[in-house]
Design a protein around this ligand. Structure first.
Ligand SMILES: [Zn+2]
Length: 135
């Protein structure tokens, strides 16, 4: 049997959301029910592959990292509006905080978020890099 984190990678890697078959709204992360249509949308949510590119709407530079993440500070947390219109809050990595600006284009990249316990369960998730970075 494959470890859980590997099984989860394909869906995360393709940045999957849900599209409501009733009103057409796109949600991320995936939902079983459309927050707008509620019960009407039951059974009508379809998987939707989001375009992993977007624009920085706003951002904050975090100078005091939470426990376990001290080495990362300062780092940038940004609200990114993906080209599909969905807003995602995530970290902008591999750049200096002063390189980040509202309106800059970013790309989603899959990165290791944390490693837990002896078995080394690795959690992957999305972070953003500036689109003009060489990735
Ligand atoms: Zn809906």
């Amino acid at each position: 049997m494959m470890p859980r984190f590997w099984r989860e990678i394909p869906s995360r890697y393709s940045l999957m959301g849900s599209r409501c078959g009733n009103c057409g709204k796109i949600w991320f992360p995936t939902r079983d029910m459309c927050p707008d249509c509620h019960r009407k949308s039951l059974g009508k949510m379809e998987p939707y592959r989001l375009k992993p590119e977007g624009t920085i709407v706003t951002y904050t530079v975090i100078h005091t990292a939470q426990k376990g993440f001290e080495a990362m500070a300062p780092y940038v947390m940004a609200v990114v509006e993906l080209d599909d219109g969905v807003r995602v809050t995530s970290q902008v990595i591999d750049c200096e905080p002063e390189d980040v600006a509202i309106g800059k284009r970013v790309k989603a990249v899959l990165r290791r978020i944390s490693e837990e316990g002896k078995e080394g369960t690795i959690n992957y998730g999305y972070k953003f890099v500036l689109a003009d970075q060489p990735y």
